[in-house]
Write a protein that binds this ligand. Structure first.
Ligand code: IVH
Length: 683
């Protein structure tokens, strides 16, 4: 190739790859498969390695990081980077609106640019003649740190802006953050390597950005959304923003997007202040399903003219407000640790906490999982601990504030015998969990086994809640699941708080539960690690209960999803005389299920396809949908992965839908599913 041909090719490849990046990261519309992108990138890096002098300033190959720095230099912001004031409820929000209107001396409605409050770090990106020349953290607002090398590794930040006629200087401001999926992967990897985990995506983003070695930053998968502008003007310091930019904050952001910087897709222009509350609520509802962390919304008066007349107080603008969500992390005191015995004898330490309002609910208990987790957290009774509750997720203890540890703090000591039945405890090799060896002689295990047996996805006994199971066991009316079917209305109605009506309801519920499916019955037995899916696979494979009961480990391993551990659990469950006695008594009481038809291969049109169900299906239960799909040969899995063929998304579908969309998995509505089932004559 001639020199000119090489220069041309490098330019073509650079432009092409930058266009693909823009389509992927900013427009969210990928146009080429990854493999094509990788091929062009390899060609470009090969040419650049051969001719280093010809590498362009905007080359996309620079996203891998360069030489490590000794220290960050300082950057003085040409326009200070401000902070935001907060409100936490509707009343405070209304007071803000009132102040704005008073200052603007207006009673007409005010348009707002409404944005999620991203939980990351503010940065300022300086483009000169369209080329990224400097990136800085906020620092104290006036002086930040020069993190240009690190910012250059963020894939969605362009090294060169798109478009012509750009002002000489254009500073874009926005948030660098770590998407939830990247944060989880990073921490999972740290756990595997025995390294320290980050407490939340914000800390992970901060830790990744403040690396002197930009190669580390490059490996961290950070993202960026623009939410404003800094200095816009010429190199002599003349501000040209009013000449070259629109008078609307929202339109300014769309302009920034057209220059190639990503903008958060949730940002909306609201025509009047009354729409702000609904925006806040809709973002709060969507919070868990969003692929990044947010801690509220930011509402900005949209008109730049109005912004100017409102001005600033101290370090925050009067024209913007962070309307924050209830905190998801709070401090409280670990008052005690108690030990609970579960269905399979697992002894779980449970933190008893001084009640604290976090993530919208009052939390007074949190599981501490096991000894390893306690060691990892390094907590003691009496410690001040951070509690986190995000969305519907169960509350967790994140860490202890060691500086606040009182002198009388106590170590958490695991019991040497079962706290319920006093049997010996054991910690099997390679397991993190301590177990009671009392089996079904342990009152706690009896109760949990019966609760599981009666639960909705198992035998679904209507009228038998957890409290009633505890009462029945405590009163010695039942010991095992089979005893349930011997209960009489009179026995039940003599229990405290039980009238004749509830007793009748229970007896009816028990009677109705006898008609079930083989899969549910297997699941209800509570064999260790045999969940719903495994139970259903066992039923499909063996077709009869007796075949499962007498199967060998080798035969069991042939079943989908059954490995040697689960197979051994099943064999040892049926090797125990006691368990067989209970099973026989259950069958004798009249529990029955329809026999499963064997479908031939050509009757299994969905064989080899994997489906995932999510959200609420309004026309049929999820269990029914699952059974229908399985009857056509489909695999129904609990989580979305690259192997998923279809996601059936009902109402209020959340993170599984987002993940499916990001993986390009085909999404079906409930109506699509029904049409499919009808087409195959199963409905
Ligand atoms: S605007 C002049 N918009 O919140 C106003 N900030 O508490 C400057 N943040 O330092 C900030 N999302 O790190 C703005 N949509 C958003 C934001 C946002 C997150 C952060 C930013 C800022 C902090 C202030």
């Amino acid at each position: 190739m001639s020199d000119q041909a090489i220069i041309d090719r490098i330019e073509t490849l650079t432009n092409l790859l930058n266009d693909y990046n823009y389509q992927y990261y900013v427009l969210d519309e990928p146009t080429v498969p990854d493999i094509e992108y990788d091929r062009l990138m390899r060609e470009l890096t090969a040419l650049e390695n051969e001719h280093p002098a010809l590498k362009r300033a905007d080359s996309p190959s620079q996203k891998v990081g360069g030489e490590a720095l000794k220290a960050f230099s300082q950057v003085t912001h040409q326009i200070p980077m401000l902070s935001l004031d907060n409100v936490f409820d509707q009343q405070e929000w209304q007071a803000f609106i009132k102040r704005v209107k008073e200052r603007l001396k207006t009673s007409t409605q005010i348009a707002f640019c409404a944005e999620p409050k991203l939980d990351g770090l503010a940065v300022s990106l300086r483009y000169q003649d369209g080329i990224l020349v400097q990136a800085a953290t906020r620092g104290d607002g006036s002086v930040g740190e020069n993190i240009t090398e690190n910012i250059r590794t963020i894939k969605s930040i362009p090294l060169k802006l798109r478009g012509d006629n750009l002002p000489e200087v254009l500073e874009v401001r926005g948030e660098v953050f770590m998407p939830k999926a990247s944060f989880e992967a990073l921490n999972a990897n740290a756990v595997k390597k025995g390294e320290k985990v980050f407490a939340n995506p914000r800390n992970a983003a901060a830790g990744s950005l403040r690396q002197l070695d930009s190669k580390i930053t490059a490996s961290r998968n950070l993202a960026f959304y623009a939410y404003g502008l800094g200095f816009v003007g010429d190199l002599d310091g003349n501000d040209l923003s009013e000449d070259v930019l629109p008078n609307s904050h929202y339109q300014r952001l769309t302009l920034v997007k057209s220059l190639g910087l990503p903008m958060c897709p949730e940002v909306k222009l609201l025509q009047n202040e009354d729409e702000c509350q609904a925006f806040y609520q809709s973002i709060l509802d969507a919070r868990d399903a969003l692929p990044y962390e947010i801690d509220g919304t930011v509402l900005k008066v949209d008109s730049i003219e109005q912004q100017k007349s409102l001005g600033f107080v101290a370090k925050a603008p009067r024209w913007a407000m962070a309307y924050k969500f209830p905190a998801q992390e709070e401090l409280t005191i670990l008052e005690d640790v108690e030990f609970q015995v579960g269905r399979t004898g697992a002894i779980t330490p449970v933190a008893r906490l001084k009640p604290v309002y976090v993530g919208g609910v009052t939390v007074s208990n949190a599981t501490l999982h096991n000894q390893d987790e306690i060691n990892r957290l390094g907590i003691k009774i009496g410690d001040t601990v951070t509690i986190r509750r995000a969305g519907d997720v169960i509350p967790q203890v994140v860490n202890a504030v060691v500086a606040k540890r009182p002198d009388n703090a106590r170590d958490i000591v695991f019991p040497s015998t079962c706290p319920v039945c006093d049997s010996a405890v054991e910690r099997p090799e390679n397991e993190a969990v301590l177990r009671c060896t009392g089996g079904l002689f342990c009152g706690a295990q009896q109760k949990e086994a019966i609760k599981h047996f009666a639960s909705r996805k198992a035998m679904d006994v209507d009228g038998l809640g957890d409290k009633l199971v505890e009462q029945l066991v405590d009163e010695k009316l039942i010991k095992h699941a089979a005893d349930l079917y011997q209960l009489t209305e009179i026995q039940v109605s003599t229990l405290e708080r039980m009238g004749q009506k509830s007793a009748q309801k229970l007896i009816r519920g028990l009677d109705e539960s006898k008609s079930t499916t083989l899969a549910k019955f297997i699941y209800a037995l509570g064999i260790r690690e045999v969940g719903e899916t495994t139970a259903s696979n066992l039923a499909q494979h063996f077709l009869t209960f007796e075949a499962i009961r007498h199967a060998s480990t080798e035969q069991l391993i042939e079943v989908n999803d059954v490995g040697s551990v689960v197979a051994k659990n099943i064999v040892s469950f049926f090797a125990q005389v006691h368990n067989n006695e209970v099973v026989d008594a259950l069958l004798a009481s009249g529990i029955h299920w329809p026999s499963i038809e064997v479908k031939s291969a050509d009757e299994q049109p969905l064989a080899d396809l994997t489906y995932v169900l999510t959200g609420t299906l309004s026309q049929m239960g999820r269990n029914d949908a699952k059974a229908h799909l399985q009857s056509l040969g489909a695999k129904v899995s609990g989580s979305v992965s690259a192997k998923t063929d279809y996601l059936v998304a009902g109402e209020k579908a959340g993170s599984k839908l987002t993940k499916a969309q990001s993986l390009g998995v085909k999404v079906l509505s409930e109506d699509d599913l029904i049409a499919l089932l009808k087409a195959h004559q199963v409905l």
